[in-house]
Ligand binder design. Structure first.
Ligand SMILES: C[S@@+](CC[C@H](N)C(=O)[O-])C[C@H]1O[C@@H](n2cnc3c(N)ncnc32)[C@H](O)[C@@H]1O
Length: 267
């Protein structure tokens, strides 16, 4: 990869840690190291370096509605796995997992590791509309020795044919786009059984308008560690009558079997 290409896809150095320290105190660089940088150091991948939108060359159509590349925190991906797997029970493996706006592939890799550790097999893909990021994700995939030609797809999430993959989905979104694109994605999934994990923003209004209900919410000092998980089912999940209605201000899990999830701690 040439220096110019590296520049285009983001670069990172000690100065970035210094900037984080000055901006937010010691907590930010420590979290950055343990929850993003370390993931790459251990695996030899390239996922942690961000890519601001002004460095997208020939940006894809619709980029004015989209966010830039920044990877998820490792502990948040693992938490999303734990919460959804526990809530969904035996149905979990039937869902197709889609990281919507998969960037350099970190969520897909971390999710696959969780699946492997739990002995669960689940179809997993990443969708990303910016070609250079898809190529980095595929290079990371090769480094990890994962053989799956369809793991990363270069596609716009708003027009992707989800139905060709199945009728039950688990979508993970770390702030890929605004409500106008989110609504288009949810429309594509109309009539299907869908869990959506949002980290960063909760998109509450848009999700409620599309008929989704919150079943988990957890916060944190860092926006990327805030998580809200929604479900919209063909058949609504059974509720434990003693549980009351699902609120948006606390972590409440209405599992299909009615068992209550424990309130989450801050990530
Ligand atoms: C904040 S990053 C998240 C990356 C990855 N999901 C993670 O959590 O590590 C958001 C990503 O969404 C991508 N994106 C934005 N709009 C999109 C769209 N309409 N279709 C597909 N990808 C999109 C951006 O290019 C960027 O890589």
């Amino acid at each position: 990869m040439t220096t110019r290409n590296k520049e285009q896809l983001g670069n990172f150095g000690a100065g970035d840690y210094w900037r984080m320290l000055r901006a937010r105190g010691i907590r930010l660089p420590i979290q950055y190291f343990f929850q993003t940088h370390l993931f790459d150091l251990v695996r030899g991948t390239d996922t942690h370096t961000w890519l601001p939108r002004d460095r997208y060359i020939d940006p894809p159509a619709g980029e004015d509605h989209g966010g830039y590349y920044m990877c998820s925190l490792t502990n948040i991906v693992r938490k999303a796995f734990r919460v959804t797997e526990r809530w969904d029970g035996g149905n979990f493996k039937k869902r197709v997992f889609v990281d919507v706006g998969s960037g350099k592939g970190k969520v897909v890799f971390a999710w696959k590791e969780c699946l492997e550790k739990s002995g669960i097999s689940q179809q997993t893909i990443g969708l990303e509309y910016y070609g250079p990021l898809v190529r980095v994700a595929k290079a990371n995939q090769r480094k990890l020795g994962i053989e799956d030609l369809d793991l990363f797809r270069e596609a716009d999430a708003a027009s992707f044919d989800y139905r060709a993959l199945g009728d039950q989905f688990l979508l993970y979104m770390y702030n890929p786009f605004d409500d106008s694109i989110l609504s288009a994605v949810l429309d594509q999934l109309d009539g299907l059984d869908v869990i959506v994990v949002h980290t960063y923003l909760d998109h509450q209004e848009c999700m409620s308008a599309a008929g989704f209900e919150v079943f988990h919410r957890s916060g944190g000092w860092y926006p990327g560690s805030r998580m809200t998980i929604y479900h919209r089912g063909v058949v609504p999940p059974k509720r434990d009558k003693t549980q009351g209605s699902i609120t948006t201000s606390q972590s409440v899990a209405a599992r299909p079997d009615g068992v209550k999830d424990s309130p989450s701690k801050t990530a």
